[in-house]
Ligand binder design. Structure first.
Ligand code: PHE
Length: 343
């Protein structure tokens, strides 16, 4: 009992009188008296052999010793800080480190620009799910049951509970949803990610982005479609851009066309980007097939409309002259930070 109290008294003396004149010494003090293996810990073990009647008193003495160590530490720390012992270590003349400002992804920039171009002529934006059912991705769009696009080669199928679903292969699925849920007139664009089971290369990827456009009203004609697409091409690629339509086929439009824009690199004179044709393909389009209108609950006798769909990566490639699709999903900051835009 006397023994342990002597030890406490000695340690208290040490706490109160030890020399602490630098941060290093303060750290030594902290380790010795307050650290996880501090020298006060064995005292609690010794406490077990103290007779019960004295345990409370000795316990309190150990606690005040601990407290004294903490107080000395706090007090010396403050005074070292005041005398500049810690401040000295900060060099206020060092130049600051500039914060890097992030850049928007080129796909987002082009998507936002496309949205803005169509918003200016009254189009709204609608979105739909990426995991889609057969009806919205294929059947309602007039794909016959044996159509090759449904094949495993192109479509990623997924199971959702009991149902077989697909990762949507195009944003045309959203036009079905919009027609099912809205009465004409309808004027909307649907940007989004789509998936196709393709080997990844510079020219193909298993996912990419599209923007679908849909316009349904009374007396909508092919001339309206052409004028809308010319407006888009000139807003996107400049006043001098020209468009050309080539007949094509999609199950959900009739007639259908593929649209080329005059080469953005050589202005139509011919270069290796346009393979000396002067034209670059940018989108697919057509008049919405009456079967599609009927499937979505719109009377084709009363209404007509057009739809178009374009790949955002494709537009971005032409705008920024990027020729490897993989760059868009590799997240290489050196690539991404080159794109500055108002969109
Ligand atoms: N969905 C078609 C595709 O992915 C594009 C398209 C959209 C064509 C709308 C015509 C009308 O290739």
């Amino acid at each position: 009992m006397a023994n342990i109290q002597d030890k406490i008294a000695d340690l208290l003396k040490e706490v109160e009188t030890s020399d602490i004149n630098s941060l290093d010494q303060l750290e030594e003090f902290r380790i010795q008296f307050l650290g996880s293996k501090n020298i006060l810990k064995p005292l609690f073990a010794d406490l077990k052999s103290v007779p019960n009647k004295d345990k409370k008193l000795v316990g309190q003495q150990i606690n005040s010793l601990k407290q004294a160590a903490q107080e000395r530490f706090d007090q010396v720390k403050v005074s070292l800080e005041e005398t500049g012992e810690t401040k000295e270590k900060i060099d206020f003349s060092r130049p600051g480190e500039p914060k890097e400002i992030g850049a928007r992804h080129p796909i987002s920039i082009v998507r936002n620009e496309i949205i803005s171009i169509f918003e200016r002529i009254g189009y709204g934006v609608s979105e739909g799910p990426e995991v889609e059912d057969d009806w919205h991705n294929f059947s309602a769009l007039n794909f016959p049951p044996e159509h090759p696009a449904r094949d495993m080669q192109d479509t990623f199928f997924v199971e959702k509970g009991e149902r077989e679903m697909a990762l949507r292969t195009h944003t045309s699925s959203v036009q079905v949803r919009v027609m099912e849920n809205n009465k004409p007139p309808i004027r909307t664009i649907s940007p989004g990610r789509v998936y196709r089971n393709e080997a990844i290369s510079a020219r193909a990827h298993c996912f990419f982005h599209q923007v679908e456009g849909l316009f349904i009203d009374k007396d909508v004609s092919f001339a309206d479609l052409k004028q809308t697409l010319l407006y888009f091409a000139q807003e996107m690629f400049g006043d001098k851009a020209k468009i050309r339509l080539r007949p094509s086929y999609f199950p959900f439009t009739e007639p259908s066309a593929e649209v080329d824009v005059s080469c953005t690199i050589c202005n139509g004179d011919g270069c290796n980007v346009c393979k000396y044709t002067g034209w670059l393909e940018i989108l697919g389009c057509g008049m919405v097939d009456p079967n599609v209108l009927t499937s979505a609950g719109i009377d084709p006798e009363e209404y007509s409309g057009f739809a178009f769909g374009m790949g955002i990566e494709r537009i971005a490639q032409l705008k920024y002259r990027v020729n490897d699709l993989r760059l868009y999903s590799e997240n290489d900051v050196r690539f991404l930070k080159q794109f500055k835009s108002a969109f």
